[in-house]
Write a protein that binds this ligand. Sequence first.
Ligand code: HEC
Length: 167
Amino acid sequence: MQVSRGIVVGALLVVGCATAATTNVRPPLGAVLTPAATTGATVALKHDPSAKVILSNASALPAASFLPSQAKRGASVYAETCGTCHQPGQLIGQNFVELWNDRRVYDFYALVRSTMPLDNPGGMKEQEYIDVIAYLLQANRQASPKPDSLKADTASLRATKIAVSAP
Ligand code: HEC
């Protein structure tokens, strides 16, 4: 399915610090943030300290559902692609739980979809992104509340949260 990159990147709100000091126009989209814009605290992206992603706290939302078949396919994507750069323990375990528990699934999806794999951002199939996210939820011990699939549907990704716990 075709999810607009514009929406993904726009909602991710990647904010450049360098220009923020002088103007209120944020690259890469040139969005103007008014002082009244309600955004959460910014989180430093480790691979680009000058970029910021705004993560919302979504603890009140229901946990996202996914199918075991999605997680299974996602395990292959992870092994073939993500695992070539990410060390064991980076995206699975305590580190992930601290960073992502109670966040909107959409925030994680948008970050991964627009920045990963680092050598080919946005270059995987939509299905592969969704599958690998289902895998990371499962690998971080999220229990799917319903036997339902994780969908590349921004409304449902925004309405559900990551509910993970460390092994
Ligand atoms: C070519 C190498 C490479 C590949 C392939 C890759 N990544 Fe990354 N990824 C990185 C690097 C480097 C960082 C920055 C890590 C850091 O600074 O800790 C990063 C950061 C991330 C982050 C954000 C971590 C943070 O705290 O800022 C996530 C989430 C992530 N990658 C997920 C994935 C997923 C999922 C895949 C597979 C679809 C993937 N990556 C594939 C290199 C890669």
